[in-house]
Design a binder for this molecule. Structure first.
Ligand code: PLP
Length: 425
């Protein structure tokens, strides 16, 4: 399908164009392997001389249909789906970093990412320097080292809901000649195209808005095809790979060097692949992303405005509120909506915050975001509970912060639920 279609059309029809007599809907190819007639066909596939499916850990037609739709939607040149968002983040980094390397990350990150970076990457010998999202370009540059290999940030920091200053981080990455990797999960590919703002690699937890119904854990790495891997800093891309008879990625795959290497080495060897069934479910979810995200955004803005006026609410944070300090950046980088996350604090103690959560009826207490049903979470005691006080501050998680992921129910009912629960505070 042509890339000239608009996003809503790509959501519905991208990535799969059946020929006459073939299934109208992308089928579930629940098959581990593929049949061949001639040994030389397989030999060509194994040596990357031919393109095709050979084993479903590396690629599968259902997963490929989903990857193609997602890559089109996000404006990238290719994508590799993974078993979870966490796996996508890990893959995006170990595809370019090894023991002894270093990356710079904005400190306003999803709790799981903080843990992955500060514990596990460290154990693997990859050091991460966290910088405040407010840090100046000079401050960010001052944390760089000889071995710095990437800069990392989230479009909408979860749960601080600050909007990434793309311009600043992209310019810094350019100066350092390293890729700028962006977690675009909370904005979704519909609201933000990080590649237009200087990102080189985009990752998503597709568990969230892409699936949209809280049915399948999944992740994806999308390649913008806009980074020069032969700039002298990434020798694994420019020197022969013995596991493929001395193939050189930048020579063989040109602008697709990153995503091809990720699939044929990292995905092949680490094995956190997406199942065909979960790819099917997530692909189906994507068909309504454009409709859902508009409703999520409208509902969140309405609730944020309502909460702002309530006497028991101390503060409200939603990037598309005109009173938000993030509003200018939100308008600059997000296409027409602020997505479905909003945070607020109540004028009460921790017990009052708990009473409020218990009293909610429609909005459920659940650990996820981005699905059709509204849910609430207290990050300081849940997703971010393993963080130190200083790290909590860095991630913008105050002890009174409540995060609501607004669903696509009728806003009148959501507000009524919040109103009756506030009486319990
Ligand atoms: C949920 C989430 C992740 C992790 O994704 P999983 O699919 O749960 O592994 C990463 N980043 C962000 C912003 C998330 O919200």
């Amino acid at each position: 399908m042509s890339n000239n279609f608009k996003k809503g059309t790509i959501c519905v029809q991208g990535g799969y164009s059946p020929k006459a007599g073939e299934p109208r809907v992308l089928p579930i190819y629940q098959s581990v392997t593929y049949k061949f007639d001639d040994p030389s066909n397989l030999e060509d596939l194994f040596s990357l001389q031919a393109v095709g499916h050979l084993y479903s850990r590396i690629s599968n037609p259902t997963v490929a249909g989903f990857e193609e739709r997602f890559a089109q939607l996000q404006g990238g040149i290719g994508a590799v789906a993974t078993s979870s968002g966490q796996a996508a983040i890990l893959y995006s980094i170990i595809n370019i970093c090894k023991s002894g390397d270093h990356i710079i990350a904005s400190s306003s990150l999803y709790g799981g990412t903080v843990n992955l970076f500060k514990v596990h990457l460290k154990n693997l010998g990859i050091e991460v320097s966290f910088v405040s999202p407010e840090a100046s370009k000079e401050e960010i540059l001052s944390t760089a080292k000889e071995n710095t290999k990437a800069i990392y940030g989230e479009t909408i920091g979860n749960p601080e809901l600050n909007i990434l200053d793309f311009e600043k981080f992209a310019e810094t990455a350019k100066i350092l000649k390293v890729p700028f990797i962006v977690d675009n999960t909370v904005a979704s590919p519909y609201l933000c195209n990080p590649f237009e703002h200087g990102a080189n690699i985009v990752i998503h937890s597709t568990t969230k808005y892409a699936d949209g119904h809280a049915q399948s854990i999944g992740g994806i790495v999308v390649d913008g095809g806009n980074f020069d891997w032969s700039n002298g800093k990434f020798e694994d891309f420019t020197t022969p790979d013995p596991s493929y008879h001395g193939l050189v990625y930048t020579e063989a795959f040109k602008e697709a060097a990153y995503i091809t290497k990720l699939r044929v080495t990292i995905a092949r060897d680490f094995g956190a692949c997406l199942s065909p069934f979960n790819a099917y479910i997530t692909n189906l979810g994507l068909e309504t992303l454009h409709l859902r995200i508009e409703r999520h955004s409208q509902n969140a803005l309405s609730l944020a405005k309502w909460l702002e006026k309530h006497p028991k609410v101390k503060w409200v944070n939603y990037p598309y509120l005109e009173t938000s300090k993030e509003y200018e950046k939100a308008k600059k980088y997000l296409n027409g909506g602020g997505s479905g996350l909003l945070t607020f604090g109540l004028d009460t103690d921790i017990e009052g915050t708990k009473r409020f959560q218990r009293a909610l009826k429609l909005i459920s207490l659940a650990v996820t975001l981005g699905d059709t049903r509204s849910c609430i979470l207290h990050p300081a005691t849940t997703t971010h509970s393993q963080l130190s006080e200083k790290e909590l501050e860095g991630a913008g998680v105050t002890t009174d912060l409540l995060r609501i992921s607004i669903g696509i129910e009728d806003i009148e009912d959501i507000i009524k639920d919040v109103e009756q629960a506030l009486e319990a505070v």
